[in-house]
Design a protein around this ligand. Structure first.
Ligand SMILES: Cc1cc2nc3c(=O)[nH]c(=O)nc-3n(C[C@H](O)[C@H](O)[C@H](O)COP(=O)(O)OP(=O)(O)OC[C@H]3O[C@@H](n4cnc5c(N)ncnc54)[C@H](O)[C@@H]3O)c2cc1C
Length: 508
């Protein structure tokens, strides 16, 4: 008789296109387990809202497993101890899971599990779930490899599963929420919900119509709310596979092309919007690959020439003002408060928040990254740390982009709708003053009942001066020979390219 196989669920909470589940089910009876791990739940990047999303996703998965004859075993404890206890009861032969590129704590946990498996003679099969490549030798040709991976056929859901337990495990703790695990409950008001059905519906509605003007909608926090796919938490917790998203988008593009060929009147932006969306799916893996190749990016500057740039100038007061959405810059404050309430904001506004913290407030990025990680429902370590470093100018390879929070109001919220919604104390302020409310004449401010310095903060720093000084400091650093030399090495390791960099091509 074949021995039980353990399917260890991590950030892959789905039935469709689930390679470890399919491979384990082919070999014999299965145990499907998810473990609530205190050391992971306690990570500084973790938030109760993440746990709520996981709980909703697990609840749906449990129903789907039961309908197919299996069950979901929910364990609580450190790993590998929880596996040791499970193994004592059901001597499973192998563990099946997806590869994970997570933060240092999850990496350390995986190392412990690996050692335990070796000691017990248990095989641990890890299968890639994205286009991220373990032990990648070189970035050359990475994009073409990604495309091939995305084109592989999707795996069907197993129809019947053979349950290895027969009865609920004694250690089964059931679905847990923040209160059960001693986490401060989430105060979010408009948060996305977890589960495979939600993921499928989100993709369906995006491809059916929301994507029409994705390319232009993505910039403003107002239009991005519906105009972006909103798949990020689903990709982060694996309630849908990125391969399925990529394939369905490509299929929809083909369908639209055929409709156009038949003479149907389609908005001109649609096809290019979907192409742009698919490019971003590749970025998802491109950024995670950076952390996979260099896990230290979570803690230290990608370009070591930037060491010492900001570390010694930390200001708790500035950090608190930024966190609380009280910087005196309406767009920064509105985005921070929106994020707090909803767990999501569009790319440009994420970039602006980090740019403001880094350049205007001159805050070193790690605590900035941690705070945002807790706020983002879609926290994905590889994308997050790489993007935060990129927006704070510490990668050494990307152009320095300093966002003016004043210009962003004019460009992205010209009627002030977003700001008025999230910073209600500015509701009576005329549109002309919303980019810089402190420029309002005192008598007008008094008449409107919004005095700057009393009802809404004065600007924490002067915008143009802060941007100029930051640019000068960064340029001085980048001009140095050491920084230039290092940036070539960073590009070689992490740069996005289809072909080898020019210098190496010339040599070969
Ligand atoms: C400072 C900063 C931190 C970020 N942290 C995260 C994070 O923790 N998790 C996360 O998923 N995204 C992160 N992003 C990238 C991006 O902002 C989000 O992926 C996007 O806003 C999510 O919304 P969406 O699913 O509607 O995106 P869409 O625009 O619909 O894109 C579809 C998918 O493509 C991927 N994607 C899109 N843009 C990017 C990008 N610039 N880089 C990498 N992948 C991208 C995501 O997986 C996204 O879900 C960060 C960006 C910045 C500037």
């Amino acid at each position: 008789m074949s021995r039980p196989q353990l399917v260890w669920l991590k950030r892959d909470l789905r039935m469709r296109d689930h390679a470890p589940l399919c491979a384990a089910a082919e070999r014999g009876p299965i145990l499907v387990a998810y473990v609530y791990e205190p050391d992971q739940l306690d990570a500084p990047t973790h938030d109760a809202s993440h746990l709520n999303f996981i709980r909703e996703s697990l609840a749906e998965l449990e129903r789907q497993l039961v309908a197919r004859g299996a069950r979901l075993t929910l364990l609580r404890g450190l790993l590998p101890d929880a596996f040791e206890r499970l193994h004592a009861r059901v001597g499973f032969e192998a563990i099946w899971s997806h590869e994970e590129t997570g933060h240092a704590r999850s990496y350390a946990r995986d190392e412990r599990v690996k050692t335990w498996c070796r000691g017990r003679g248990i095989a641990w099969h890890e299968i890639p779930q994205h286009g991220v490549v373990r032990r990648l030798g070189s970035r050359d040709g990475w994009a073409a490899r990604w495309t091939r991976t995305m084109r592989r056929p999707l795996l069907p859901e197993p129809e019947r599963l053979e349950d290895a337990l027969g009865a609920p495990d004694v250690e089964h703790v059931g679905l847990l929420g923040p209160a059960d695990l001693g986490l401060t409950p989430s105060g979010r008001t408009e948060v996305q919900r977890g589960g495979e059905t939600q993921a499928q519906e989100t993709l369906d509605s995006f491809l059916a119509g929301r994507s029409v003007s994705y390319r232009t909608d993505m910039s403003s926090p107002l239009s991005a709310w519906n105009g972006c796919s909103r798949l990020s938490p689903h990709l982060a917790y694996g309630t849908i596979s990125i391969r399925e998203v990529a394939q369905r988008s490509a299929a929809r593009r083909e369908e639209l092309k055929e409709m156009r060929a038949r003479g149907e009147d389609l908005p001109a932006t649609w096809l290019s919007s979907l192409a742009s969306f698919e490019k971003r799916l590749r970025w998802h893996c491109h950024f995670i690959q950076k952390l996979e190749d260099e896990p230290a990016l979570e803690f230290r500057n990608m370009a070591r020439a930037c060491d010492g740039l900001r570390e010694d100038e930390w200001s708790e007061e500035r950090f608190e003002a930024w966190k609380q959405g009280r910087t005196g810059y309406p767009m920064v404050d509105a985005c921070m408060r929106a994020l707090e309430a909803t767990g999501w904001i569009n790319f440009r506004m994420r970039a602006m928040l980090v740019s403001f913290a880094s350049y205007h407030l001159w805050l070193h990025w790690p605590r900035v990254a941690e705070h945002l990680a807790r706020l983002f429902l879609d926290f994905e370590a590889g994308i997050h740390f790489s993007q935060v470093q990129m927006q704070s100018g510490t990668t050494g390879i990307n152009a320095v982009r300093i966002y003016s929070p004043v210009k962003q109001v004019i460009d992205q919220d010209p009627r002030g709708e977003f700001i008025r919604r999230w910073v209600p104390e500015l509701a009576p302020v005329p549109v002309a003053y919303l980019p810089e409310p402190y420029k309002m004449p005192l008598d007008e401010a008094a008449r409107l009942g919004c005095r700057i310095g009393r009802d809404y903060p004065r600007p924490i720093v002067e915008n143009t001066k802060a941007m100029r000084e930051a640019r000068e400091r960064l340029s001085a650093l980048r001009r140095g020979g050491e920084a230039r030399q290092e940036s070539r090495a960073v590009y070689e390791k992490h740069g996005s390219r289809r072909r080898p960099p020019p210098r190496r091509r010339a040599r070969s």
